[in-house]
Design a protein around this ligand. Structure first.
Ligand code: FES
Length: 164
């Protein structure tokens, strides 16, 4: 990736922890790469695998998920579900020919604004090293609108890609 080209990171942050930490980083005027766009979700357990597939299909170079530390989830087990989905997605991405490092999961509490800064800077450097995401040929044919509208379709697309 050329020096002046910035990767695009879509970040899904839990409202109760990482989103607040990102807010804290901003209020504290911490400087970090302007490479992320944040989507606030009420819990990391809300992040459906289709959100991640759709982000990559629509041009994200990386997807970052931020949730509450284990044991701190406001909905008890949302982050445990997120962790399971993250592991599955990593394997699926590798099978599809997409570098699994493009997806990152971090537990960041509301007081850890500096951690948000560090993680985004690290991920930006990693994505620069990997270069822009080039979707493998079989993924270019993904029907993005259908992925968004039909959760079952996303699963079917993922299975098809893994078994292709
Ligand atoms: S409420 Fe933050 S991960 Fe569940």
């Amino acid at each position: 990736m050329p020096e002046d080209t910035q990767p695009r990171i879509l970040a899904f942050f839990c409202n109760w922890c990482t989103y607040t930490a990102a807010d804290l980083a901003g209020v504290s005027r911490m400087k970090y790469a302007a490479t992320s766009r944040v989507v606030r979700v009420m819990c990391s357990g809300r992040i459906d695998p289709q959100f991640v597939l759709s982000a990559f299909a629509k041009g994200a170079d990386g997807v970052l998920i931020g949730g509450c530390h284990p044991g701190d989830c406001h909905y008890i087990s949302g982050n445990t579900k997120c962790l399971r989905r993250h592991r599955l997605l990593k394997r699926m991405l590798a099978d599809m020919g997409i570098e699994p490092e493009r997806l990152r999961l971090e537990w960041i509490s509301a007081s850890e604004g500096d951690r948000v800064k560090t993680v985004i800077n690290e991920m930006t450097a990693d994505l620069k090293r990997l270069g822009p995401l080039k979707l493998p040929e079989r993924c270019v044919a993904w029907d993005v609108e259908a992925i968004d509208e039909e959760p079952d379709h996303a699963e079917a697309v993922a299975k098809e890609a893994v078994h292709a």
